[in-house]
Design a protein. Structure first.
Length: 106
């Protein structure tokens, strides 16, 4: 379903689902014709330029996408320590991390 937006000329919007409607111009109103021509010229020259920070962010995201989600070596080491009964739980460290997370959520 397409909605028609009134009081918008076709130079202000673009897209495949936009219905074209034109506003009636007043007789002898050259300013309306000039504004439409200027709008069309500006719209055809629109450009988007990414900043260096945005480009760097894209590189970081691409790099992270290639990394595995789980560190298998660490998982296996913890499994082995648990099986051997050598895995030590640091309750003070766990409590401190929980407090830090709680502080972030406030």
């Amino acid at each position: 379903m397409t909605d028609v937006i009134k009081n918008v000329n076709t130079n202000q919007v673009s897209g495949s689902n936009v219905k074209s409607t034109s506003l009636p111009a007043k007789d002898g109103d050259k300013a309306v014709a000039t504004n439409k021509a200027e709008s069309a010229a500006v719209a055809s020259n629109d450009q988007v330029e990414l900043t260096s920070a945005a480009k760097k962010l894209d590189e970081v995201v691409a790099g992270l996408a290639s990394e595995p989600v789980v560190d298998r070596q660490k998982v296996e080491a913890v499994k082995q320590a648990l099986a051997d009964g050598k895995y030590q739980i640091d309750s003070a460290n766990i409590a401190q991390k929980l407090i830090e997370i709680d502080d972030l959520l406030k």
